[in-house]
Design a protein around this ligand. Structure first.
Ligand SMILES: NC(=O)c1ccc[n+]([C@@H]2O[C@H](COP(=O)([O-])OP(=O)(O)OC[C@H]3O[C@@H](n4cnc5c(N)ncnc54)[C@H](O)[C@@H]3O)[C@@H](O)[C@H]2O)c1
Length: 386
C-alpha cells in the first residue's frame, strides 16, 4: 500500500475479503511489478502538492469540476481524505482459486488463474476477482509466467490496434516491459521489427527476443535498418511504448513512417504532434486503452456481462486468455524479462531499491508464502536483464 499524501510505502495487515457473488477468491502465487508504470505512481506520491497537480492534470480537472458543483469546503475535505488514504499497488497476478462465489461455474477450488486489474489483482495474499477479470491458466504454464497476463494484455491490445499484417515492418519506440512484449507479439504475427531505446542492454534483449535490429532512437543503426528493411519507404507502423517526457518518440515516428502509416500510442509519453510531418504523410494516429474492450465498463468488469463474440472478438478477458496461450505455446517468452524475484514480505524494501536505482529491472515478481516454484527453463535461452 502507498499513502499518496506522504509517499510512504507499507505492508498492511487487512481482513481477508469476502467471496462476493460473481467472482472468486484467489490466493496469490506470484504478482508482477510492472516497474515503469508502478514506479511512476510511487514517484508521483513523493512529489509536493504542486508536483502532484502538475503530473495529474486529469485529477486537477476533476477537482475544479467538484468545486463548481459541491463548493470549496466539501471539495477540500474530499481531496484531503483521498490523499491521506492508502492506495494498493499491483495489477497483474497468478494464483489459486480458494473459494467460488455464487453464479460462477467456469472454475473450481484449486484451479490456477491469472487475474487482471488495479482494483482486483493487487499485490496482496488474497484478492476477490470478478469473473471477467480472471481466466484459467493453460496446463503446463508456470504460475510465475502467468503472472504477466495483464501486462501482456496491454501489449496485445496495442498490437491489435495497429492491425499488423504479414510482411509488414514495424518500429517499436521504447523497449521496457511493454515494448519487449510488443516486439515478441509482432514477430509472432509475421512482422519484422526494429526497436529504438536509449538503453543498449534493452536493445540487445529485444534483438534476442525477435527484433531484426535495435538502437538508440535517432541513431544511424535504426535509420539504416528502416531504410534497408522497407526499401526506403519507411515503416508501416510505429508503436510508442516509451516512458519519460520527451517528444522525441512522436517526432521519430513521423520521420521513419511510410506515407499513410499507422502510429499506435501505448505509452504515456509526450504527444506534441508536429503538424506538418503528420499532415504530409497523412499518418493514422491511434490510442491503445489498457487491456482491451470491457476496460472501465462496470457492467463488463463488475457485473460479468460479456460482449457477444460475434461483435467483440477480443475483450479484455479474451485478450488475457490469448496472451497466456501464446506464452504456453512458446510464441512469447517472458522469463528473460524477469530481472528479480522477491518474497512478498520484502515488498517495501524491493520498491525502495527500484526507486533509488539499486535494483535495475524490466520486471520483478513477488513470490507469496507457500509458493517455492523456481523458474521453468524457457525454450529460448537468453540471459535475464539485471
Ligand atoms: N496504454 C496503456 O494502457 C498502458 C498501460 C501501462 C503502461 N502504459 C505506458 O506504457 C509505457 C511503457 O511502460 P513500461 O512498463 O514498458 O515502462 P518501462 O519504464 O519499463 O519502459 C520505458 C522504456 O522507454 C525507454 N525510453 C525512455 N525515453 C525514451 C525515448 N525518448 N525514446 C525511446 N525510448 C525511450 C526507456 O529506456 C525504457 O526502456 C509507459 O509510458 C507507461 O505509462 C500504458
Amino acid at each position: 500500500m502507498q499513502n499518496y499524501k506522504s509517499g510512504e510505502l507499507t505492508l498492511l495487515d487487512v481482513p481477508v475479503p469476502g467471496c462476493k457473488p460473481g467472482g472468486v477468491l484467489v490466493r496469490s502465487a506470484y504478482s508482477l511489478i510492472s516497474t515503469g508504470t508502478e514506479l511512476m505512481k510511487v514517484s508521483e506520491a513523493g512529489m509536493s502538492m504542486v508536483g502532484k497537480a502538475r503530473s495529474r492534470p486529469d485529477q486537477v480537472a476533476k477537482v475544479v469540476q467538484s468545486v463548481a458543483t459541491n463548493g470549496v469546503p466539501a471539495t477540500y475535505r474530499k481531496v484531503m481524505g483521498k490523499l491521506d488514504s492508502y492506495t494498493p499497488l499491483g495489477y497483474s497476478l497468478c494464483g489459486v482459486v480458494e473459494q467460488v462465489g455464487a453464479g460462477i461455474d467456469d472454475v473450481s477450488v484449486g484451479d490456477v488463474v491469472a487475474c487482471a486489474g488495479n482494483e482486483h489483482a493487487l499485490h496482496a495474499e488474497v484478492n476477490w476477482v470478478p469473473k471477467n477479470l480472471y481466466t484459467r491458466v493453460p496446463d503446463g504454464l508456470a504460475p510465475r509466467h502467468a503472472a504477466f497476463g495483464t501486462v501482456g494484455s496491454i501489449a496485445l491490445q496495442g498490437v491489435r490496434r495497429g492491425e499488423p499484417q504479414l510482411g509488414e515492418v514495424a518500429l517499436v519506440v521504447g523497449l521496457g516491459l511493454i515494448g519487449q512484449l510488443v516486439v515478441q507479439l509482432l514477430a509472432a504475427s509475421g512482422v519484422r521489427v526494429i526497436g529504438a531505446d536509449p538503453d543498449p542492454v534493452r536493445c540487445e534483449l529485444a534483438e534476442r527476443l525477435g527484433a531484426a535490429a535495435c538502437g538508440a532512437p535517432s541513431s544511424p543503426a535504426v535509420e539504416n535498418a528502416v531504410a534497408e528493411l522497407t526499401g526506403g519507404h519507411g515503416v508501416d507502423q510505429v508503436y510508442l511504448a516509451a516512458g519519460g517526457g520527451s517528444n522525441e518518440p512522436v517526432e521519430l515516428a513521423a520521420r521513419l513512417s511510410r506515407d499513410r502509416g499507422r502510429v499506435v500510442d501505448i505509452g504515456k509519453c509526450s504527444l506534441d504532434l508536429p503538424w506538418n510531418a503528420y499532415y504530409e504523410k497523412e499518418l493514422d494516429v491511434r490510442f491503445s486503452r489498457s487491456y482491451g474492450p470491457g476496460r472501465y465498463d462496470p457492467e463488463y468488469e463488475l457485473e460479468g456481462r460479456d460482449y457477444p463474440i460475434g461483435y467483440v472478438r477480443w475483450t479484455e478477458r479474451r485478450n488475457l486468455a490469448c496472451f497466456l496461450d501464446l506464452v504456453a505455446r512458446g510464441r512469447v517468452d517472458v522469463e528473460p524479462l524477469v530481472s528479480h524475484t522477491a518474497d512478498f514480505d520484502d515488498a517495501v524494501e524491493t520498491y525502495r531499491s527500484l526507486k533509488d536505482g539499486g535494483l535495475k529491472a524490466v520486471a520483478v515478481l513477488f513470490r507469496y508464502p507457500g509458493h517455492t516454484e523456481e523458474a521453468v527453463a524457457p525454450e529460448l535461452t537468453v540471459p535475464a536483464v539485471r
